[in-house]
Design a protein around this ligand. Structure first.
Ligand SMILES: [Zn+2]
Length: 258
């Protein structure tokens, strides 16, 4: 095992996996030294780490434990390693694919994954879906003391769900923008519209692109209107905002169609 080589890239998880695989092989002198002085007669599968060990060694043991866990009761970790070969050669990438953490399938990905959606719009949609926008209720949860009043309708408390859908101002904008663009069915909640995009968004590519662009643009411009009111004391009425949404979407679609 080439410890120096691994030391250079020791923060890379694949290098740690490679370290374990090479320890199994142990055909070079450095591996023999490592086995004698670090493993002290144990196999890598028996080895443990203590608080006094180096970060590198503790990381190797963590990966080893993940391999053992992946193998379960019906296989050995060595058999898992043996399965990660291509043309008879061990492939670190194959093993990494098996042990890497896998995230949940997120519906909003399909709703915004389109070149019609501007990146700055997509970012706001993602943050809204993850409830990570700094709406007043989120700031209050982080310990900031603000009076919670929605600046768009000036009636209800501001939450992400209220701001984009329940708010009377936003509802008016959604309906007006969707009607102008030939749709009569604006969404009522974020989970609802994202589920619809994930399951039923079929038809011509240009239609799908426009719906995605319209969704992301509406959310982005509602959020920007909220920020303009708070930070710049600038206000746009809902009719003008819906017109602006249609203008941005139409311009974007025209640009893509060229
Ligand atoms: Zn409101």
């Amino acid at each position: 095992m080439h410890l120096i080589e691994l030391g250079i890239v020791q923060e890379h998880k694949q290098a740690l996996i490679d370290a374990i695989a090479r320890l199994e092989d142990a055909s070079d002198g450095e591996s023999a030294w490592f086995k004698h002085y670090v493993l002290k007669g144990e196999t890598i599968w028996q080895a443990t780490s203590t608080i006094s060990h180096s970060w590198f060694w503790k990381s190797v043991i963590t990966i080893k434990d993940m391999l053992v866990q992946l193998a379960g009761v019906n296989k050995t970790a060595e058999e898992v390693l043996a399965e990660c070969t291509r043309h008879g050669k061990f492939q670190v990438s194959l093993l990494y694919q098996r042990i890497r953490p896998k995230g949940d399938d997120v519906g909003w990905y399909r709703a915004i994954h389109d070149r019609a959606v501007l990146p700055k719009h997509a970012v706001i949609v993602i943050l809204a879906c993850q409830n990570k926008l700094y709406a007043i209720d989120n700031l209050q949860h982080r310990g900031f003391c603000f009076a919670n009043r929605c600046v768009l309708c000036e009636k209800e408390e501001e939450t992400t769900a209220h701001l984009f859908f329940a708010c009377s101002f936003s509802s008016w904008v959604w309906v007006a923008a969707y009607r102008r663009m030939g749709h009569f069915d604006p969404p009522n909640t974020l989970p609802q519209v994202l589920r619809w995009f994930a399951l039923y968004n079929r038809g011509a590519a240009i239609g799908k692109a426009m719906r995605r662009c319209l969704l992301a643009c509406t959310i982005y411009l509602i959020w920007r209107e909220r920020n303009d009111r708070i930070f710049q004391d600038k206000r746009t009425d809902p009719q003008a905002l819906s017109q602006k949404i249609c203008y941005v979407v139409s311009t974007r679609m025209y640009y893509l169609a060229k």
